[in-house]
Ligand binder design. Structure first.
Ligand SMILES: [Zn+2]
Length: 437
């Protein structure tokens, strides 16, 4: 690692900061429609956070009760609307954990996720949760190879389970599984039927991660014209579309998006919470900033990453160690003049720090000048250009640490008092000579 970047978000003391504190300009997108779309929920979506359900299906995940409670509280502090928990029918401990979290008195509503089965529903309604997310497979694959039931059976079962849950005064969501490989007529008929029964939400689930944003938009738009209730969406990320699909779904009229921290879940997981918030911040900054505690993202991610024994990826949305690192000289110059030139997300809004990397051969003298000002050294622009040329020459041998750069700048500055500064540049003919200074 050439320099101490803001690894995992921590602010290292030698991190150069820009002196420019002007606020970002409003986010302007020339492709955005000038006319508001009444069906779009980009400015009024809700998050159903499923780290404690979908996330438990991640290969590495095992959360004991204390860890589940810690994660639940952290997500509640971040401001997610719902927490979805593993089915209490899965195991005795899962049932007890469900009761414990439902009784924490969190602001977020608590849901648990069950199969469309009366046995599961009877156990779940006794746990104290606010609602049940009911799911059943409708794709031809699941009907043939998983539960082997036809649509008439599925519809009858759905009506029985939904009627029971509603009689207990709880929220109920009815979702199909593998919705994008299910027959459209089957889907719309069953959603129409459960909407008439008064479900709180219907759910569309891309269980295998096969859908693309255009398919999502078309299906949700069609569904929106068929049901009056809310629409929840669940997108797996097998082909990298989980965030884009969530956004397309909200534009088409979906109301709720399922997420998990760092996207953990079955296989390679679902829409990541942090990535969705980054996307939605660009969609409607005021809504996202007023509703969610964006400074909490990093801590929640670190908490979950540690719990499941993974690193936060280097290129993670918002919190990846290079998410706000600017390297190329031309970028650094523009960023120093106005951060909006190369940043759509304002790092301060997420409790993060911008970092301008300067000890490499792509550096530029404007970035080095910024460092000179931070160190309060008295160097002219010509001096800075001369040192920048030396940094590039040395960085052709190996990248320099920030300490290396600072040493060179200080040596040069000191030598100016007796006029020997040019000699400093000549004598420093290898990066290792900086380390011993
Ligand atoms: Zn899933």
């Amino acid at each position: 690692m050439p320099e101490a970047a803001n690894g995992n978000g921590s602010t290292s003391t030698d991190t150069p900061r820009t002196l420019d504190t002007r606020p970002h300009e409003p986010i302007v997108n020339p492709y955005q429609s000038k006319y508001p779309d009444p069906a779009s929920n980009v400015s009024k979506f809700k998050i159903i956070e499923s780290t404690l359900r979908e996330g438990e299906q991640f290969a590495n995940a095992f959360f004991d009760t204390a860890k589940k409670i810690e994660i639940a509280r952290a997500l509640d502090n971040l401001g997610v609307d719902y927490l979805e928990l593993t089915s209490p029918a899965a195991s005795e401990q899962s049932r007890q954990d469900c009761i414990a979290i439902a009784n924490l008195g969190l602001k977020a509503k608590i849901l648990t996720h069950i199969r469309c089965h009366m046995d599961d529903a009877r156990i779940a309604v006794e746990t104290g949760v606010d609602g049940l997310d009911v799911v059943i497979g409708t794709s031809s694959y699941l009907r043939e190879f998983s539960h082997g039931k036809d649509m008439d059976y599925i519809t009858a079962k759905a009506i029985e389970v939904i009627t029971f849950i509603k009689s207990k005064g709880l929220e109920v969501r009815f979702s199909t599984e593998d919705s994008f490989r299910s027959d459209l007529v089957d889907l719309l008929s069953i959603y129409k039927a459960v909407d008439k029964l008064g479900v709180t939400r219907v759910g569309i689930a891309d269980t295998v991660g096969c859908a693309n944003p255009r398919q999502v938009y078309e299906l949700i738009r069609t569904l929106r014209s068929v049901v009056n209730c809310d629409i929840e969406c669940h997108f797996h990320n097998d082909t990298g579309c989980a965030i884009a699909n969530a956004y397309a779904a909200l534009e088409a009229g979906a109301t709720h998006i399922d997420t998990s921290v760092l996207g953990i879940g079955e296989r390679n997981g679902i829409t990541p919470l942090g990535g969705l918030l980054a996307r939605m911040y660009v969609g409607d900054k005021d809504y996202v900033m007023n509703k969610y505690n964006l400074h909490a993202i990093r801590d929640v991610e670190n908490l979950v990453a540690e719990a499941v024994d993974v690193q936060v990826p280097f290129n993670n949305y918002i919190t990846g160690y290079c998410a706000f690192t600017h390297k190329a000289g031309i970028h650094a110059k523009a960023i120093l003049n106005n951060p909006s030139t190369y940043e759509i997300l304002k790092p301060e809004d997420f409790g993060m720090t911008r970092y301008v990397s300067i000890g490499h051969r792509l550096t530029g003298w404007n970035a080095v000048k910024n460092r000179v000002e931070q160190l309060n050294l008295d160097l002219t622009d010509d001096d800075t250009k001369a040192v920048t040329a030396k940094i590039k020459e040395l960085a052709d041998v190996r990248p320099l640490s920030l300490d290396d750069v600072d040493t060179l700048l200080r040596k040069y500055h000191e030598a100016k008092s007796d006029g020997s500064h040019h000699r400093v540049l000549v004598e420093t003919d290898h990066p290792n000579k900086l380390a011993v200074a």
